[in-house]
Write a protein that binds this ligand. Structure first.
Ligand code: HSE
Length: 459
């Protein structure tokens, strides 16, 4: 050691506790509070200073919260955020979360949030505020609950080139599709079961219609491609129209139906979309069952990576929140700052109809000579290349007239027409070309019904 080096202080002063404010005390907040209260020594040792829970903002302070001392509860969130070093926001929704986070940042607090909707809608405002104030804004829990995916994408892969992210990031819809596939349940019954198990809300719209997954897709796309992508730039289609037939046809064709959040880099820019997709049964995402989540990342140097785990629930999500909290505490103690928003690439965000993917189209046609050639001609005319065509057993459709109120004395014999069911899988095609193809097929004389159009991913 050089002669001029100061001797180490034999009894360094204990670091002052860092004050933690919690906004929200639902399943995640309660669990975060419990861990802060029950494991103070471990957390202090890992963070470098005690983490002192100074208050929990809730709407109703009279509701008892299991394991949470009532004296910590307050309905004055606005003042709580001004007297904390670290603010954890697990209340969800846009307001008052946005105002409270901005106030916390202005008052110098680092913020940990699980609020995917807010980040996907207003992320840049929050990141800029945090940057200006020199504080951390961390959000591991906002995407796929317990799964470490934000940190790996923005830190571990910072030296690589991510090309595509495919995520099962909504546990409720994964559970619903899995029950449809394995138990033969209809969508409504499977959703009801998800509600009974506490996966789905009383109003399941955010999950079933893909809003929750779209917010996560926006966050993942922004991180992976260093480009701001907001939720309104994510093409979104939920699982509401998925039928047991779709699920069964997926199985017969060697696929599993999954609701995917997709973020990809193309030659033209960045695309983000959420929709049900047929995933080959041998793809790692096909093995993600029940309410589990997984994110499959493709990077140029690293190759394929898969992150798997529990994407929701109080305890799993609290793990991600507490991890961020400990990191933010460490940053504060050394006077440093965690990673900032990285949006330097600022790539064009592509419109939904620019997406290029493979499709499976199922349709019913009159079983007549030349019909297959006509159908193939429509695809060719739109530049959509066919990979496979499968014709299933002929069905017989009845074209009986609507029954009259008074039955006719002598009923006409029922008119029937033999039908064929076609399952066409295409090579990669632009969404716009496929949409035009489907519209043209729908107008073709022998086509009786376009039964479904599903994208094929992970091939
Ligand atoms: N409702 C979400 C899900 C969890 O079912 O995965 C919160 O994003």
């Amino acid at each position: 050691m050089p002669a001029h080096a100061p001797a180490p202080d034999p009894s360094p002063a204990a670091p002052r506790p860092l004050r933690v404010a919690l906004l929200g005390c639902g399943v995640v907040g309660t669990q975060v509070a419990r861990v802060l209260l029950e494991h103070p020594d471990d957390l202090a040792a890992r963070a470098g200073a005690p983490l002192e829970l100074v208050g929990i903002a809730v709407r109703d302070t009279t509701t008892p919260r299991d394991g949470v001392p009532p004296e910590l509860l307050t309905d004055d969130a606005a003042s709580l955020v001004t007297r904390a070093d670290l603010v954890v926001e697990v209340m969800g929704g846009i307001e008052p979360a946005r105002t409270l986070i901005l106030s916390a940042i202005e008052h110098g607090a680092s913020v940990v949030t699980a609020n995917k909707a807010l980040l996907a809608e207003q992320g840049p405002v929050l990141f800029e505020a945090a940057d200006a104030a020199g504080v951390d804004l961390s959000f591991e829990a906002a995407v796929a609950g317990a799964i470490p995916i934000v940190r790996p994408v923005r830190e571990s892969l910072a030296g690589d080139h991510v090309t595509r992210v495919l995520g099962i990031v909504n546990g409720t819809t994964n559970y619903v599709l899995d029950e449809m596939a394995t138990q033969g349940l209809g969508l409504d019954k499977a959703v009801q079961q998800a509600q009974e198990l506490g996966y789905a809300e009383a109003d399941p719209t955010a999950d079933v219609d893909g809003f929750d997954a779209a917010a996560k897709a926006a966050i993942l796309a922004s991180l992976a491609f260093h480009t701001r992508v907001s939720i309104d730039q994510v093409a979104r289609e939920g699982i509401r129209s998925i039928t047991t037939d779709d699920v069964e046809w997926a199985r017969r064709s060697g696929y599993v139906l999954k609701l995917l959040a997709i973020a990809e880099r193309t030659a033209e820019g960045v695309a983000a979309r959420v929709h049900p997709a047929l995933v080959p049964t041998d793809h790692p995402l096909a093995a993600v069952r029940g309410a589990f989540n997984a994110v499959f990342v493709e990077a140029e140097a690293a190759g394929p990576l898969m992150f798997y785990g529990q994407g929701a629930g109080g305890r799993p999500t609290s793990s991600a929140v507490l991890g961020d909290l400990v990191s933010a505490a460490r940053d504060r103690l050394v006077g440093g700052k965690g990673p900032r928003e990285s949006a330097y690439a600022s790539l064009p965000v592509l419109a939904a109809d620019a997406a290029v993917t493979r499709y499976q189209v199922r349709l019913e046609v009159a079983d007549r000579t030349g019909v297959l050639a006509q159908v193939a001609g429509v695809l060719a005319d739109h530049g959509v290349s066919i990979d496979t065509v499968r014709q299933s057993e002929a069905l017989t459709a009845s074209f009986e007239a609507e029954p009259a109120s008074e039955p006719a004395a002598e009923a006409e014999p029922e008119e029937t027409e033999p039908l064929a069911r076609l399952v066409i899988t295409t090579h990669a095609a632009r969404e716009a070309s496929l949409a035009a193809t489907v519209a043209a097929l729908d107008g073709l004389d022998p086509v009786r019904q376009i039964t479904s159009v599903l994208r094929v991913e992970g091939v």
